[in-house]
Design a binder for this molecule. Structure first.
Ligand code: HEC
Length: 391
């Protein structure tokens, strides 16, 4: 208090001393919401900051619908497509991420829960797992996502997932279309690591891992040189192929659904039947690993990728399992997951990458408070806004 008064005096009077919290409030609102606050909200936030409760001010800003309709929408949208673009139609993966954050749910669920957020009855076309019409209408009509989103069980909305297999956003239609189309399903794992652990395989490859799960389609002598296989291909494929077994029963079929109904394809889940894409090009290296079920092993728990901070409590996650939901638990319980959310929130709110030592300390503090808060994302959006509200 004394310091505050002194600062006010030195700065030339009370008017200047109260200007700072008002500027901080305005900046905080801009960063969280993307638009200027109303006079009433600005004053409310200013008073909270001046009264020593900047977290309270951030929470007030986050009540603005545009925190959901703009900030979180963009935060989520980039994870739903290969190019990491925000300029993609609203979809079920974006909506699910926004919904989990709005409802203060444990954000680890994003990778394993049996949940999808829809717009309920707020537009004429109901949710379908076989087209994006419902979300397109939500967007076209400017429906307020902060109030319209409702949680549903994927298993009740999708005939295949009724037999199991729901695994958070991994099994949304948007993710399936982006990452389970054609290919070999390794792309899903690549993008889940990139978006939710902030790790690109290019940066975490480790050639010292056991290669016994590398599939048959990977040549062991690219260009006739087995040295390249050992020094390059194994770096990703040993760890990646062992994990991507989790997706063996999934595929995005562009013909799924009913074209007469405007359907444009959807996720296919075939419990106990390995998708043909796992066995394609088996002749490339016939004694390579042949996928027979959806089991997976995390060889990256050891070696250089032990720094991702895996969770060693067996009741929470395990170094091996079956299916995408169990894999989602393994990934979401890593330290890298918490740290990645902190980094991405920092970037969203501070409008820059963490750059200084002080920024790095802040990111780590946010990662640990995410964990302590039961993975409540709003907590770290607020903390980040306080950190970047300016002096
Ligand atoms: C930096 C990590 C990385 C390295 C190193 C790497 N791969 Fe891959 N590989 C991937 C990823 C990721 C995919 C999935 C790509 C996709 O579907 O978008 C993939 C897919 C493949 C496929 C399946 C392609 C298809 O869709 O049919 C083959 C075959 C393959 N890699 C062989 C190799 C060989 C041979 C080497 C060594 C010369 C190698 N890879 C090195 C990451 C890697």
């Amino acid at each position: 208090m004394l310091g505050f008064l002194l600062a006010a005096v030195l700065a030339g009077g009370a008017a200047v001393a109260s200007a700072a919290p008002r500027d901080q409030a305005r900046r905080m609102h801009d960063r969280l919401v993307g638009t200027p606050p109303s006079e009433a909200v600005l004053t409310q936030m200013e008073n909270l900051i001046a009264g020593g409760d900047p977290m309270g001010a951030a929470m007030v800003a986050m009540q603005n619908p545009d925190f959901y309709n703009t900030t979180l929408k963009n935060f989520a949208a980039v994870t739903t497509n290969v190019g990491g673009s925000v300029f993609v139609p609203l979809n079920d993966m974006t909506a699910t991420i926004i919904g989990l954050i709005r409802d203060n749910r444990d954000f680890r669920e994003v990778l394993y829960a049996d949940v999808v957020y829809t717009g309920g009855n707020s537009v004429p076309t109901p949710y379908s797992p076989f087209n994006n019409q419902h979300y397109q209408e939500l967007e076209d009509n400017g429906v307020d996502l902060s109030t319209a989103l409702v949680a549903r069980a994927q298993s009740t909305t999708h005939p295949d997932l009724a037999q199991g297999g729901a695994a958070g956003v991994q099994t949304t239609r948007a993710a399936a279309e982006a990452y389970f189309s054609a290919g070999t399903n390794r792309r899903m794992l690549y993008h889940i690591f990139d978006s939710f652990l902030c790790r690109k395989f290019e940066d975490i490859q480790d050639v010292t891992r056991t290669p016994d799960r590398v599939r048959q389609d990977v040549t062991r002598s690219p260009g006739g040189d087995s040295g390249i296989y050992l020094s390059s291909c194994v770096g990703c494929h040993a760890g990646m192929d062992a994990l991507a077994g989790a997706y063996a029963y999934y595929h995005f079929d562009p013909n799924a659904g009913d074209p007469n109904n405007g359907d444009t394809g959807g996720l296919v889940y075939t419990p106990n039947a390995v998708q043909p894409k796992y066995l394609q090009n088996a002749g490339t290296f016939p004694t390579g690993f042949q996928t027979v079920d959806d089991s997976w092993i995390n060889y990256w728990r050891f070696g250089t990728n032990s720094v991702l901070g895996w969770n060693w409590t067996n009741a929470v996650s395990s170094d091996r399992g079956t299916g995408a939901a169990a894999l989602g638990r393994e990934l979401a319980n890593s330290y890298a997951f918490a740290e990645c959310q902190a980094k991405r929130v920092f970037k969203t709110v501070c409008l820059r990458e963490p750059a200084t030592y002080q920024d790095e300390v802040q990111v780590q503090a946010m990662a640990s408070s995410l964990r302590q808060s039961g993975y409540n994302m709003k907590q770290i959006f607020a903390e980040s806004a306080v950190y970047c509200m300016g002096q």
